[in-house]
Design a protein. Structure first.
Length: 99
């Protein structure tokens, strides 16, 4: 098990908290909580060790496509592929936008 903490500059917080995904074989869950701080704090708990650089690059790609929202993102990963991880992150942001 590995625990990774990342911090990114962020824009406005989304209006609600949200959950996307389910922890299980080959998947992950993402929980978003809005915050007034101008940063996105990401905590990844993963069953796969050595993934810090992969997660860093993933959030850089997501941040290039959209403004990251201020808040806290907790990710519980059970070996999801980068494509599934990005999908769940985008899903949780979309869910939090549409209260």
């Amino acid at each position: 098990m590995e625990r990774i903490e990342l911090h990114f500059p962020a824009g406005e917080a989304l209006p609600a908290q949200a959950l996307a995904g389910v922890v299980g074989s080959g998947d992950l869950e993402v929980l978003y909580q809005p915050s007034a701080e101008k940063s996105l704090q990401v905590t990844v708990t993963s069953s796969v060790d050595g993934g810090r650089q992969r997660w860093q690059h993933l959030f850089e790609r997501v941040g290039a496509a959209r403004a990251l929202p201020a808040g806290r993102l907790d990710i519980n990963d059970f070996g999801a592929t980068p494509g599934v991880a990005r999908l769940r992150i985008e899903q949780v942001f979309e869910e939090a936008e549409h209260v």
